[in-house]
Design a binder for this molecule. Structure first.
Ligand code: RM4
Ligand code: MN
Ligand code: MN
Length: 427
């Protein structure tokens, strides 16, 4: 199924006058603060967030899974789903593939299919956290960190193969997330495991084309419960620094222990020019257990405050980070969930753009925490939804994506096309 522009326009027509009213009101407020509204909208329009191919099906827990039907059964159908999202919001113009869940068999056809939806290929992701049926060695006790050279070599080869797939599609980055770790005290020699991981990553780095980046994720626990080899941003930063200038740390919001100051991590990495990318989700207890912005929208805003500060600094050295949603939910329609995710990210970004950085900086310089808080919260409490809607309108997307999705009965149509029992491949 595809959503045509005529439908979007008709749908927008129904709420256009409502939108105009709230947008005009907001413009008045922003202009009083000397903000250039068109410039803000340009920035929001230019902000594209990649969709991972594994977020398009219903997620599960280890206790069960309750799929809603019509899930994409192939890479082409996954691209069709991202195409639907992109038609509705014009902000999801890239797909991130996980190998081997999404091996492109006919590269030319897959590229043509992506182009027909206006999609680019974001970072490719390797998978050495599961065993595949045809593989010689098991990852039960790790992959790049493994005590056995044969296992490490197999994991390195897999990453090199993922790079080859990415090159064929036009990706420019490899994201490595390692499950590697231990579940029992004493099980692992930490120092040797980290050294082996670095040595393995060096071989992967050496196999990347010159214009590629390597993103190294970190995560404190899960699937192992005592230690993870790359447990935190510091370890990832250490590896990225050792590897070279095209290696970066990737921050996944779900990969922190409770109360971690993620915004400070962002600032530190940007100061070092080492923030490569971002995986968005929200977390109450564990990894990606909630939709980004569902629980901690203020934290998301504080993170964007640091991101915008780093990105807008003319002397900043951090390259433009790659943005991706990394979540998979078991209650909501996955496509509705992704529409909500993109909008939550856009809102935090837009709110951060409203901050008067000069005034904030002078509050900081004069040690005025009260004023600093007022400035931040004034931006955070501004309802920027009309700004995001206007950005969508100007890009040819839906003013209200979820309403459009529901009025078109997209899920019903997908179930008719693919079947009620269609199960997405991957997580
Ligand atoms: C991991 C990590 C990776 C993602 C997998 C599916 O926790 O966040 O980025 O590829 O999950
Ligand atoms: Mn992630
Ligand atoms: Mn994760």
């Amino acid at each position: 199924m595809r959503i045509d522009e005529a439908f979007i326009q008709t749908h927008n027509g129904k709420t256009l006058s409502d939108h105009r009213e709230s947008f005009t009101y907001l413009c008045g407020k922003l202009e009083k603060r000397a903000l250039d509204v068109d410039r803000l909208i340009d920035k929001i329009q230019g902000f594209q967030i990649a969709i991972p191919s594994w977020a398009l099906g219903t997620g599960g827990t280890r206790f069960g899974r309750f799929p809603g039907g019509g899930e994409p059964r192939s890479l082409e159908e996954k691209m069709d789903d991202v195409g639907l999202l992109h038609a509705l919001n014009k902000a999801s113009g890239a797909i991130s593939l996980h190998i081997p869940w999404d091996i492109p068999s006919d590269v030319a056809a897959i590229k043509a299919h992506a182009a027909s939806h206006g999609l680019a290929f974001d970072a490719v992701n390797s998978n050495t956290f599961q065993d595949q049926p045809d593989q010689a060695h098991s990852y039960k006790f790790g992959s790049l960190c493994h005590t056995s050279e044969a296992v490490r070599q197999q994991a390195i080869e897999h990453n090199l193969e993922v790079i080859r797939h990415g090159v064929a599609l036009g990706s420019k980055a490899l994201t490595v997330w390692l499950a590697d770790g231990s579940s029992f005290p004493g099980q692992t020699n930490f120092r040797k495991a980290l050294q082996r991981t670095l040595d393995s990553l060096r071989q992967i780095y050496a196999g990347m084309p010159e214009d590629w980046k390597l993103f190294v994720e970190y995560k404190p626990y899960e699937p192992y419960f005592y230690s993870t080899v790359i447990q935190d941003w510091g370890t990832s930063h250490l590896l990225a620094t050792e590897l070279g200038e095209r290696a970066f740390t990737l921050v996944d919001l779900g990969h922190h222990l409770p109360n971690t100051n993620i915004e400070q991590i962002v600032a530190t990495l940007m100061m070092r020019g080492k923030l490569g990318g971002f995986h968005f989700n929200d977390s109450k207890f564990g990894d990606d257990d909630l939709t980004v912005g569902a629980l901690k929208p203020y934290q998301l805003f504080l993170i964007f405050n640091e991101l915008v500060e780093g990105m807008e600094d003319p002397e900043g050295i951090n390259p433009a980070p790659a943005w991706m949603i990394d979540a998979s939910h078991n209650l909501k329609d996955p496509l509705e969930d992704l529409l909500q995710s993109v909008e939550a990210i856009q809102m935090a970004y837009a709110q951060a753009l409203l901050i008067d950085r000069k005034v904030l900086e002078s509050a900081r310089e004069s040690n005025d925490p009260t004023l600093a808080q007022e400035i931040l919260q004034d931006a955070y409490r501004t309802d920027v939804r009309p700004l995001i809607a206007e950005a969508r309108l100007r890009s040819g997307a839906a003013l209200r994506p979820i309403e459009a999705f529901r009025s078109l009965e997209v899920r019903k149509q997908l179930i008719q096309e693919r079947g009620a029992k269609a199960i997405s491949t991957g997580l």
